[in-house]
Design a protein around this ligand. Structure first.
Ligand code: 26W
Length: 811
């Protein structure tokens, strides 16, 4: 039955009464949100159940996306959108005097991820459901997501992200589907039933409880599942052993030690620091996830040796790669398969994606730690490694090769190598990134297993990042070319025919202005700073990292500022620079960079001599929901990483889709964006891939030469430590040292001149409104290929071998 506005109003009133015994007129926004949320979940429930029934009945191949992070953000708006009831709901609430937008703002972001990797996982879930792939997420239900960032006196302060404080309307706790995960203990071998068996004793048992969240496809009756695991003690509140001995402190401590496994997301991206709790987290969700997959599979009565025909499991970076050994354990120890049969099934089941070439990020675990925590798993890794080393030796007869490629070497277990050996597919996340993996980082493995390597360029869901976040632009596109682009984002190309059309250009301009005004109001309300909607909005929002070069951006701004000071009549379009970035709590240089941005912002925003021609806003607590606000109003997108360092980037695609012009190095997916839109519609600058590789190899870069030969650079660098930024001279001494004494690892000074030219070019282009809008429209038109629907279709065809399923209701 089709939902009507009247029905929805009746349902809403009834739900509000049942949950809170309240009438609409006396209910708070929080209760209105919680009421609407649980109603929406109810509307999805029948589709959810029905989807599961049909998947099971048809024995369709299922994909499980294993990821330590799912950065899904808010769900109310996207669920309404995908169910096709946004307008209906907005009108129904309007009748009650409630503004749907305000209700959406009540929801806490599910910030269960650090950045690109976690957000990609969320976009993939949305695309799998929307194009009809039977694909589910598997991860950890952290009690606390990525920390909330406050800026106090210019410094970052981290606050725990208590996202569950009002409960979570989207999840369903499934105690009856719990699994037991075992840590520590001893393994002995016994001879039973004519075969060698492994007996695991004295282990610590942890209960994994799944919480399921529906993943609703776009208007297609498909609802997949995101299953997140939470850790509890087997005996609920106390360790019964200690309890019965009267050792209450110990009994309670055990509870906290178990619960700590799913307590909090590690806030480090790209720095693997080998903490035992993180290894526990990884094995915890991987073991629970695999157990539940096997349990479900066995219910279908299919034989275990055909597991890989019906199940594909994706390993999102190395974090879940221990799954290779855990599936071997389950198949060999519990299902009694031979090693060879089990290994064939295992490699056919798994596929692995690499998300970074930064060497600090390569996960490795000290043997001793690993062995103690996971004794049986260690034995299995050793055996996989032993057999693999034999193969390497047979092929090369070279001990050095064996050493370089071994999974276990130099006292460590190399998780990327385990993932590669245990998978049938290894992919990078943009063409350039995959090429670098093949020719450099993973070259040995590429030579050994060339057939495993492939590229899958990242994508973003156009539903959240255009349809939902930029409703005005979406409506204009639909008015102009019809609504086919919503189901097939490649059709966005049809607006290219209007790129020179003055009336269409004008509408694009008006929409951008309207979005900019909305955001100027947001800035006024939250920061008390007045910004000019006629200025260029120039935006860099992403995690703070040396390689992403927020420093280059701030130096570019300082240079412009100094030019304005010496020539107040300099003819530039006023610019507002936005930064948003969280620094890992232990990343010193990143934190100093935040302080530098805020210091420069204070200085420039309060200098009346430049007539407000430049403003800098540091947006506190950058998150998915903030991204949805800032991206639709950006004129300029800053994608300025040191070439070769950014595996792909995905923010770059979101800005493109919303009509921003990109200032970019030819790094990651910027390369493919530039190819798609044409080099006249993007502003490229900086070193090329081979320049970077040569300088790194030959060690011929000396940042001091750039300091000495460019007076602009010298002036900026000197001013960091001479008090002219109105802070103590020691404040940025370490940034100075990093750039000069320590030789500027990411070539900020080398790319400076080229970057300044790029920024000047932006100013010139913006002055020609017609030209600018033509470029902007071209970017929107060519952005459809970067929809994650395309990416997922490629994963499905080329890696998972899964079919698209149409779900029919009432069957
Ligand atoms: C172990 C610490 C750690 C944690 C997270 C190491 C590495 C990571 C991630 C792999 C970092 C990450 O998010 N990488 C980003 O992945 C995006 C999605 O593929 C890419 O678009 C980004 O370029 C890449 O930096």
């Amino acid at each position: 039955m089709k939902l009507t506005k009247e029905q929805l109003k009746t349902d809403f009133k009834k739900k509000l009464m049942n949950l809170y015994a309240e009438r609409v007129s006396e209910s708070s926004k929080l209760h209105q949100y919680l009421t609407l949320g649980s109603l929406v979940k109810e509307y999805a429930s029948e589709k959810w159940m029905n989807t599961n029934i049909q998947y099971t009945k048809k024995h369709v191949k299922q994909v499980y996306y294993f990821s330590m992070e799912f950065l899904i953000g808010r769900l109310l708006g996207s669920n309404l959108l995908n169910l096709g009831i946004t307008d209906l709901c907005s009108e129904a609430l309007h009748d009650f005097g409630i503004d749907l937008n305000e209700i959406e703002e009540v929801e806490n972001d599910a910030g269960l991820g650090n950045g690109g990797l976690g957000r990609l996982a969320a976009c993939f879930l949305d695309s799998m459901a929307s194009i009809g792939i039977p694909g589910h997420g598997c991860g950890i239900r952290y009690d606390y997501g990525l920390f909330e960032q406050k800026i106090i006196n210019g410094y970052q302060v981290e606050i725990p992200d208590n996202w569950l404080k009002h409960g979570n309307v989207w999840e369903v706790r499934k105690e009856d589907k719990a699994a037991v995960v075992k840590f520590g203990g001893k393994v002995s071998t016994v001879f039973e039933d004519n075969k060698l068996c492994f007996k695991h004793e004295d282990y610590e048992a942890v209960l994994a409880i799944p919480y399921d969240t529906p993943v609703i496809g776009y208007e297609n009756n498909t609802v997949n599942t995101l299953r997140l695991w939470s850790a509890e003690t087997v005996d609920k509140d106390f360790d019964l052993d200690s309890f019965s001995k009267g050792e209450y402190t110990k009994a309670v401590e055990h509870k906290y030690s178990v619960q700590s496994i799913s307590q909090v997301l590690y806030p480090d991206d790209t720095r693997a620091d080998g903490k035992i709790l993180r290894l526990k987290q990884q094995y915890f969700f991987v073991s629970a996830g695999l157990q539940s997959i096997i349990r479900r599979y066995k219910k279908s009565n299919l034989p275990i040796n055909r597991f890989d025909e019906f199940i594909a499991i994706h390993i999102n970076d190395t974090h879940p790669s221990i799954a290779v050994a855990e599936l071997m354990r389950l198949l060999v120890d519990e299902e009694n398969l031979s090693w060879d049969d089990a290994f064939k099934i295992t490699t056919n089941t798994f596929a692995y994606t690499n998300h970074t070439i930064m060497s600090e990020a390569l996960e490795k675990w000290p043997i001793e730690m690993f062995k103690k925590l996971l004794p049986r798993i260690f034995m299995i890794v050793e055996e996989i490694d032993r057999r693999f080393c034999i193969e390497i030796n047979e092929k090369y007869n070279d001990p050095q090769k064996v050493h370089d490629m071994a999974i276990i070497s130099d006292g460590n277990i190399k998780m990327a190598y385990l993932a590669i050996v245990g998978s049938h597919s290894v992919n990078g996340v943009a063409k350039l990134h995959t090429e670098i993996l093949k020719s450099r980082e993973l070259n040995n493995f590429y030579n050994f297993y060339p057939y495993k390597f492939n590229n899958k360029t990242n994508g973003i869901t156009h539903r959240r990042w255009l349809l939902k976040s930029n409703p005005k632009l979406s409506s204009l596109i639909t008015e102009t070319i019809g609504n086919k682009w919503i189901h097939d984002p490649n059709k966005l190309i049809d607006i290219l025919a209007f790129s020179k059309n003055a009336s269409f250009q004008n509408k694009i301009y008006e929409i951008k202005q309207s979005n900019k005004i909305d955001f100027a109001n947001h800035v006024k309300d939250n920061y008390g700073i007045i910004i000019d909607p006629n200025s260029i909005y120039d935006v860099q929002v992403k995690r703070l990292h040396a390689y992403k070069r927020q420093l280059l951006n701030i130096f570019g701004i300082l240079d412009l500022y100094y030019r304005l000071k010496s020539n107040p009549n300099l003819d530039i379009v006023p610019r507002t620079f936005f930064f948003g970035a969280k620094a890992a709590p232990g990343y010193y240089l990143a934190k100093r960079t935040i302080k530098l941005i805020n210091t420069v912002a204070d200085k420039i925003n309060n200098d009346s001599s430049i007539n407000g021609k430049i403003k800098i806003i540091f947006l506190e607590n950058y998150s998915v929901s903030l991204a949805e606000k800032i991206i639709p109003c950006a004129d300029v997108s800053e994608q300025i990483s040191t070439t070769t360092k950014e595996a792909s980037g995905t923010g770059n695609m979101k800005f493109m889709m919303n009509g921003a012009i990109t200032v970019a190095t030819l790094d990651g997916a910027n390369v493919e964006m530039s190819e798609a839109v044409g080099e006249n519609n993007i502003v490229i600058f900086g070193m090329k891939k081979d320049d970077v590789i040569d300088l790194e190899k030959n060690k011929t870069y000396h940042s001091i030469d750039y300091y000495n030969s460019d007076s602009r650079i010298k002036f900026i660098i000197d001013n960091l430590i001479n008090g002219s930024l109105d802070v103590p001279t020691s404040e940025f001494a370490d940034i100075h040292k990093y750039l000069i004494a320590n030789n500027d690892e990411y070539f900020v000074l080398k790319d400076f001149d080229s970057y300044i030219n790029a920024e000047n070019k932006i100013d010139g282009l913006y002055k020609n409104r017609g030209k600018w809008l033509e470029m902007s429209i071209s970017n929107i038109a060519h952005s459809g290929v970067f929809s994650s629907d395309n990416t997922i279709e490629q994963y499905s065809k080329e890696i998972w071998n899964t079919d698209r399923i149409t779900i029919n209701m009432h069957h």
